[in-house]
Design a protein around this ligand. Sequence first.
Ligand code: FMN
Length: 197
Amino acid sequence: MNEKHRLVIVIGSVREGRFGPVVASWVAERAREHGGFDVDVVDLAEVEIPLALPAESPKFAGDAYPRPAAMAPLTSRLTDADAFILVTPEYNHSYPAALKAAIDWHFTQWTAKPVAFVSYGGAAGGRHAVLHLENVLTELHAVTIRDGLAFPNYFTAWQDGRPLDAAASGYAKTLLDQLAWWAGALRAAREVAPYPA
Ligand SMILES: Cc1cc2nc3c(=O)[nH]c(=O)nc-3n(C[C@H](O)[C@H](O)[C@H](O)COP(=O)(O)O)c2cc1C
């Protein structure tokens, strides 16, 4: 399969003065450089994501799930994706509420698709957030990628929009290679037969 995989990179933090877009834009650059992906960066700060969900379950309602009209572009970008990278900080040993809300408003959009994680924070580099996300994405029948990228103490470890660690690009390449492999394998499998979720 020569076609590029459609990769959605999600900026998981929405707070004022956030660092998330810096990390996401560096990751997007690496993904474009990789060559295997059409890259779409989704900024959750640009989407209205209510915390109150409808009565129905997105799992059973499918396309009939009553999302706010303004959420439609986000939903269709997630639907069209073959692969995801969630860029997340660590808030109180987990990930931001906005990211959880965006995940919860959807269900089939994650099914049988690979998800990789790029995290940043203090000493743990956002790894606590990623451990929680791995659990959540497994519940949604996504396939989580083992080789994540974690940036501890990002406030000193990044300068001018990039990590100071020269090895970081190599780690990103490994993550992207694994993500591309899974994106192709799972897309082919989804085309052969619907996933039995
Ligand atoms: C509510 C809140 C809780 C935080 N909790 C943690 C934490 O548990 N571990 C950590 O490493 N950093 C923590 N931090 C620091 C964040 O890693 C740091 O603020 C980072 O810039 C957040 O990403 P953002 O700027 O993209 O929002 C916390 C920050 C906030 C705002």
